[in-house]
Design a protein around this ligand. Sequence first.
Ligand SMILES: [Zn+2]
Ligand SMILES: [Zn+2]
Length: 247
Amino acid sequence: MYRLSNIPGILARQAARIWPARCLLCLGDSHSRRICDGCWHDLPHLRHACASCSQPLGAGMAGPCPRCTQRPPAFARVWTPFVYAFPVDALLRNFKYHQQLTAGRLLADLLLMSLPASRPLPEALVPVPLHPARQRERGFNQALELARPLAQQLPVRLAPELVRRTRATAEQVSLAAGERRRNLRGAFASRGTSPSHIAIIDDVFTTGSTAGELARVLRRAGAQRIEVWCVARTVTEPPRAGVQRSR
Ligand SMILES: [Zn+2]
Ligand SMILES: [Zn+2]
C-alpha cells in the first residue's frame, strides 16, 4: 500500500527540477517551492472539520457533524484543505472561468502539499466529468486538469474513463440544495468496473450533491471506499473557532 510519506524524496527531486525559485503568489524567494512560507501561512486553511463532509466544526466539537450523523453521505471522507476565500477563490475563478491553467496547476500543487502524509492512497483518481457540450464551451474540464498533475506526482492512476456525464445539467451554483440533487439525478453513468478505493476530484465542494451522486454511481460499479478531494469548501457561515487562517 502506498502512503504519501513513502515518496517525499521523489517529490523533493521533482520540485527542485520543475518548480521555480519564486513564489507564484508574491514573486518572493520561495526556496524552490511553489509558494513561499509566508503565502502558505496566509492561505485560508480549513482546520477542524467533519471528516465525512468537511463542514467546519466548532471548537471542542467531535465529528461527524450532526447532518452526517443523521444521514451518512455516499462517500467515506472529504478532503478540502482550504475555505473558499481569498486568494484561493480568486485562483479558482481565474482557472475555471478565465482559462488560467497555471492557476489550476498551482491549486493542484496546494492540494497535494496539504494531503495528510499518513493516509493510504486510493487506487485511482476520478475527476468529476463535464458534459461534452459544456467541455467544448469551456475548453477544458477543470476537475481533470486538477487531477492530472496529482496523478503525475502520486503513484495513483488517473481514471477519467470510469464515468461519463449523460446529460448537461444546469450550473449547480444557481440552485438550492434540494434542486441540486434533483438536477443531478441520472446525470452520470459508469463505464466498466471501478477499483475498490478511489478519490473523486473536483474544484469546489459546496453541498456535496455532485460528489454524492457520482459516488452512488461508482459504488454500483464496484467502488467500496470513496473519498472526495476538492481544493476548497464553501462555508455557509463566517469562519469560527473551527476555521483558522494560520498553520
Ligand atoms: Zn509568497
Ligand atoms: Zn459532516
